[in-house]
Design a protein around this ligand. Sequence first.
Ligand code: G3P
Ligand code: CA
Length: 241
Amino acid sequence: MQWFAHRGASDAFPENTLEAFEAALPDVDGIEFDVHFSKDGVGIVIHDETVDRTTDGTGRVVDLTLAELKQLNAGARFKGTGPQRAMIPTLDEVLELVAPTQIVLNIELKTDTIRYEGLEAYVVERCRAHQLARNRLIFSSFNHYSIDTIRQLDPSLETALLYLYPLFHPEQQAKQLGAKGIHPDYRRVTAEDVALAHAVGISVRVYTPKSAEDVRRMKAIGIDAVIVNDPKGFKAQLSID
Ligand code: G3P
Ligand code: CA
């Protein structure tokens, strides 16, 4: 089973920051992060559509320029014991950080409610520019139209369907969209779902088990990967037990 750091090591560092990604690298097979567009069309790594929850600013990412976003403190509202100061990274900065490693990138296209025109093509192009091998890339989205768009751009790129509520035969929907994976909420997935997916060659990666015990249950039903906020802590707990 593989381990992905959800928004980086986001229990110990402000989420979706270079600090969170760098800290996670020794403990994981991959990192997961979220991409939006700034007002001036730069790929920005941040979870929400607004900066309100995670920074000292307000407003939608898409209404702020890169220069304005860079003024904000992405650690301003961080509740953990780690650093309280960090910058919002661009997609390029994250790709530059991880390019020399072997880490897998699960890039979530945050096109759920805002139609960022051209975000899929932009992200694919930036991954190419940083010479990231295809087998290190997994593109996911709750917006399955984005998955289809990635396939149209390059059918050899790996995609995965994200979903929160149970889908009817997600593995078949994935097949139809040319996706190689499904990424369900860990609370909804069953051993039968995993077996059905594996029977048609679809990988199952779950987000975001909240404890080592949750991870243990996921492993027992044959999950391929977990996407978690505290990979280091959970791994340590599991190896002790
Ligand atoms: O990609 C898994 C997970 O990150 C999806 O949910 O809301 O944390 O982006 P969310
Ligand atoms: Ca995400």
